[in-house]
Design a protein around this ligand. Structure first.
Ligand code: SF4
Length: 323
């Protein structure tokens, strides 16, 4: 099978201005995403993992073309999402879709779920009214719902069913790329597994490429081919899911792995909260951003940001231990 790069991020950076505190001369700036580069191969899943506040959701919005980067670029099959041809820019709302953590806020409570899913087809004038309804009922069945659910309302469904409805809605325009932002985080563990399996089946059936974002490394590991670990706006490790679980190199990745629940009687995982808090992105530490929490921190870590190193085939890490 030939491997083709589908999506490529090149040195993506995103800054936000923040309210200037009283009596402060300097304007404040939050660096939410700092010089991030990676690529996703067609038909595969890249998992992005990190604690809440690390910049994952800002990066998700940039990749989904909902927010422009301050600098850098995102290429979809070689064409810029921001400076591409008119045809490319026009096709993006159909090609890229996003699934959020909370389907309730993205479904109109006064609209039947069938009408909500059908809305995009109506806007784009796809087929006749009966064609559109047929597409929606088929999609409902494909995501494990029933055709007669078409006329029912969001409050009549459980959290897992509402996420299936959100998935059906994301597929209605036949996209080729879906960004899942904490898409299963609000669900019970058993329902999470069902929705993750559904996403895998749909990826095979519709040749989808995913970027799957979560704070939970166990969830990301379940669905990803490649995993990127993010800390305070920077990538700190990037490699295949297999290598990451077999041989995590960055101390932060190792800490996330220690927090993954262990199904062994008598053994306990270590909660991430027990390892200190994420520093404020407004005042990030000098040098390596992870040094205040790192048990391997050296003097150089407190002064110099490490280089992004390739330490093995397709295995990158941001850490002085490997330079
Ligand atoms: Fe720890 Fe230093 Fe590596 Fe940062 S650069 S993760 S502080 S060893």
């Amino acid at each position: 099978m030939s491997i083709t790069t589908f999506l490529e991020l090149k040195n993506v950076t995103r800054r936000f201005s923040v309210d200037q505190p009283l009596f402060s001369a300097a304007p404040r700036e939050l660096l939410a995403v700092n010089n991030v580069s990676f690529s996703i191969e067609k038909g595969t899943t890249l998992g992005l993992v990190g604690e809440s506040g690390c910049g994952k959701s800002t990066l998700a919005k940039i990749v989904a073309h909902l927010l422009a980067p301050s600098s850098g670029d995102v290429l979809l099959e070689g064409e810029s999402l921001w400076q591409g041809s008119k045809e490319t820019l026009k096709s993006l709302p159909r090609r890229i879709q996003m699934i959020f953590q909370d389907p309730v806020s993205s479904l109109n409570p006064r609209k039947s779920i069938g009408k909500s899913i059908q809305e995009a087809l109506d806007v784009h004038g796809v087929g006749t009214s009966s064609d559109r309804k047929k597409v929606v009922t088929e999609l409902l069945e494909r995501v494990g719902m029933r055709a007669e659910h078409y006329g029912r309302y969001p409050h009549e469904f459980s959290g897992g069913q509402r996420q299936r409805i959100a998935i059906a809605r994301s597929l209605v325009l036949n996209p080729d790329f879906i960004v899942c932002d904490e898409a299963v985080s609000a669900l019970d563990v058993s329902v999470q597994a069902q929705v993750l399996n559904l996403l895998s089946d749909l990826q095979n059936d519709f040749s989808l490429t995913y970027m799957f974002i979560s704070h939970d490394l166990a969830v990301v590991g379940h669905v990803s081919d490649v995993i990127a670990v993010m800390y305070l706006g920077r990538l700190v490790e990037l490699t295949s899911a297999q290598k990451l679980f077999d041989n995590a190199l960055h101390p932060y990745t190792q800490m996330l792995l220690e927090a993954v629940p262990v199904p062994v009687p008598g053994r306990r995982s270590v909660g991430i909260g027990q390892k200190g808090d994420l520093p404020s992105p407004l005042t990030p530490p000098v040098g390596c951003p992870f040094h205040p929490r790192c048990k391997h921190a050296m003097q150089i870590c407190r002064e110099v940001v490490p280089d992004w190193l390739e330490v093995g085939q397709n295995h990158h890490v941001l850490c002085h231990l490997y330079s």
